[in-house]
Ligand binder design. Structure first.
Ligand code: DON
Length: 329
């Protein structure tokens, strides 16, 4: 067994015992998740998979979808036009914070908070709402390498209870930050959040971003390579909301979390990593996910600014014949 697989299994054993955190019960369907679900998956840019735990367990992608919708909006409108509609400034605010009412530029701060994400979804091109949904589902298909489906009970649950997101959309409409078709935009946003994935799918999606937008399992070009750096920059600065600074400091990888318990992280030119465990911290990030990614980054020297291993930690751990590179905490 490779050193990397051994490492994933030992992290799984260690963190399985961590039981803190809460399920995302503000969406009633998400409260039905099993708090013991736990999976770690890593997919490399040359298509190898290393994983452990409930990797086939499906769950809804939630806010992780914002990353991929942003990529589609970039392709639909181009960087300069999109920047006039949604900024790229981290807020340090929670994901569901209301918009800043004194916003001069008339744009939400960034595409990862809900205001920005709803605005981005409203900009997805298409001839009808079905066409826009199909374009999004086709895009997810390219990223994961198979057809994806919407979890209807989760979609309906969020649609029925998403009063805060409705309020955000109405405020943005009032301030001229979004087009008038807000019910359509909200439905599409709730649908994109309800796309079903498993932990391995998330790792493939992250690996696709790591591999300049090419899915390493199918070789499909999921997104224009010119936009991958825009997507990764926003993930790095805004992907973990009001925890983004500490995440950048400790883990040092572009990442995105979702309230159903998924987190994905991108190791540029090397791999995608995903963790799934539905118990969340106060920021809406999976607690086991945070801890596993922090440990992996530290042990494999994955932090983008960690120059001590020259970026070779992961490659060496994949090769079981190589000398041990894992550093002890
Ligand atoms: O907008 C919402 O409330 C959800 N559908 C998505 C939130 C989410 O995943 C935030 N991430 N941690």
């Amino acid at each position: 067994m490779s050193e990397l697989q051994t490492l994933l299994e030992s992290l799984y054993q260690q963190y399985q015992q961590h039981q803190e955190g809460e399920l995302a019960c503000y969406i009633p369907e998400l409260c039905k998740a099993n708090p013991n679900w736990f999976a770690i998956s890593m997919v490399t840019v040359d298509g190898q998979t290393f994983q452990v735990g409930n990797c086939e367990q499906t769950f809804t992608i939630q806010s992780i979808s914002k990353v991929f919708a942003y990529g589609m909006a970039l392709a639909d409108h181009g960087r300069d036009t999109l920047l006039t509609k949604v900024g790229v400034e981290p807020t340090g605010d929670p994901f569901n914070s209301l918009i800043r009412l004194d916003e001069d530029s008339k744009r939400p701060d960034n595409p990862m908070i809900n205001a920005g994400a709803i605005a981005i979804t409203s900009l997805i091109k298409g001839n009808s709402s079905t066409d826009r949904l199909n374009r999004l589902l086709d895009m997810f298909h390219r990223y994961v390498g198979h057809e994806v489906f919407i979890d209807m009970p989760v979609f309906m649950s969020e649609r029925d209870t998403g009063h805060r997101n409705r309020a955000i959309a109405h405020l943005m409409l009032n301030f001229g930050m979004i087009d008038h078709k807000i019910d359509e935009a909200l439905d599409l946003y709730f649908q994109q959040c309800s796309v079903l994935v498993n932990c391995h799918d998330l790792a493939v999606m992250a690996a696709t971003l790591a591999c300049k937008g090419v899915n390493p399992l199918t070789q499909a070009q999921a997104v224009d390579p010119n936009y991958v750096k825009d997507i990764l920059s926003v993930m790095y600065t805004c992907g973990m909301y009001d925890f983004a600074g500490e995440w950048a400091y400790k883990v040092g990888l572009p990442a995105k979390s979702g309230v159903s318990g998924g987190i994905l992280a991108v190791v540029p030119n090397q791999a995608g990593i995903a963790v799934f465990s539905p118990l969340l911290d106060e920021y809406g990030n999976s607690i086991r996910g945070r801890r596993v990614l922090e440990a992996l980054s530290q042990k494999l020297g994955l932090h983008l600014f960690d120059l001590s291993m020259g970026g070779c930690g992961l490659q060496d751990a994949m090769d079981s014949d190589s000398p041990t590179v894992i550093v002890t905490p």
